[in-house]
Design a protein around this ligand. Structure first.
Ligand SMILES: [Ca+2]
Ligand SMILES: [Ca+2]
Length: 257
């Protein structure tokens, strides 16, 4: 009787998960499916493999981006609102537009850094588009990414100078993973420019974004959040059917760059 009772009790016991992998490596439900061909690779081989995987996607129009952002960027605590990049402000979904007080569509990879415009392609790729306050978006402009400068009005914790923009801490990793997604997704083989990171903060209109060393720091400093992970899932399941590998595996940024 006693032994049977103990055995019955043990059936319900959940054994602790053994962490067999280093803290820097992550495993996801997609490793044996979506990322199957990339697992175990590093460097250009990993980049090339991921490029092939994530290039299989659906594309949406620039107009459709409005409604998509209302879903991908929804405030987890208020379904009527979106959370704005750089400021963290929660604002009504209905205030999308171009006036002061509205939110609009921020291209994290600035449109001018590749001249891709807003036809279906990099200019409408939800993995780097975020809801953003109109005035803060204007302040960011097409600047490269770097630390330092003066405080940004309307975005506490963000800084800017003449050629670069530093997001607030909570958005630093998001920006890094979005920029480096673009670098892997767009390799110049589909009619769009080959987008790449570099170390410059004065790229202007060339298809580069700097500064890579800073983006790598930001990726380490601000790991993927639940908001970012949900966003990746929504884009994958509902809109584009491709994923941002760096939200699933932030350590792949170091493995490639
Ligand atoms: Ca973050
Ligand atoms: Ca590229």
């Amino acid at each position: 009787m006693w032994a049977a009772a103990v055995a019955a009790t043990l059936v319900g016991v959940t054994l602790p998960t053994v962490a067999a992998t280093p803290a820097s490596a992550t495993t996801t439900a997609y490793d044996t499916t979506y990322y199957k061909d990339a697992i175990g690779k590093t460097g250009t081989s990993l980049k090339s493999s991921l490029h092939t995987i994530i290039s299989s996607q659906s594309k949406i129009s620039y107009d459709a981006v409005w409604n998509a952002l209302k879903v991908t960027d929804q405030d987890p605590n208020n379904t009527n609102n979106v959370i704005l990049l750089y400021s963290g402000v929660s604002r009504s979904k209905s205030l999308n537009g171009g006036s002061v007080g509205d939110w609009n569509r921020e291209h994290t990879w600035a449109q001018s850094h590749g001249n891709f415009g807003t036809s279906a392609g990099p200019g409408t790729d939800l993995h780097h588009l975020r809801a953003c306050d109109v005035q803060v978006n204007s302040t960011r402009g097409n600047k490269d990414w770097d630390n330092g400068g003066s405080p940004v009005s309307g975005a506490p914790g963000a800084y800017t100078d003449s050629d670069s923009f530093e997001p607030r801490d909570a958005d630093k990793g998001d920006v890094a993973r979005m920029i480096l997604y673009m670098a892997v997704r767009y390799e110049g083989d589909d009619g769009w420019p080959d987008l790449e990171p570099n170390e410059s903060s004065t790229n202007g209109s060339v298809p580069f974004h700097g500064r890579l060393s800073i983006l790598k720091q930001w990726n380490q400093q601000d790991p993927p959040s639940a908001f970012e992970e949900r966003r990746n899932d929504v884009i994958y399941n509902t809109y584009q059917h491709n994923r941002n590998p760096f939200i699933d595996h932030p350590e792949w940024i170091e493995a490639i760059w």
